[in-house]
Design a protein. Structure first.
Length: 63
């Protein structure tokens, strides 16, 4: 049976740590796919509102 696990963090290092911790418990042969995405949100309303980055990974694996 295929399953997915989603990870989403505001910092690349946090995402890397979370995904690596998860992958330590999954045999490499069970990992089917990994998708990586970066989203950027920039507010045009005010210079005071920061640009927001969202780093996400989806791991597709089998049990």
């Amino acid at each position: 049976m295929l399953k997915i696990r989603l990870f989403d963090e505001e910092h690349e290092e946090d995402l890397e740590g979370a995904v690596n911790a998860f992958l330590e418990n999954i045999p490499e042969s069970h990992i089917k796919d990994v998708k990586y995405q970066v989203s950027i949100s920039d507010s045009l309303r005010s210079e005071e509102e920061p640009t927001i980055y969202s780093y996400s990974i989806m791991v597709v694996y089998s049990e």
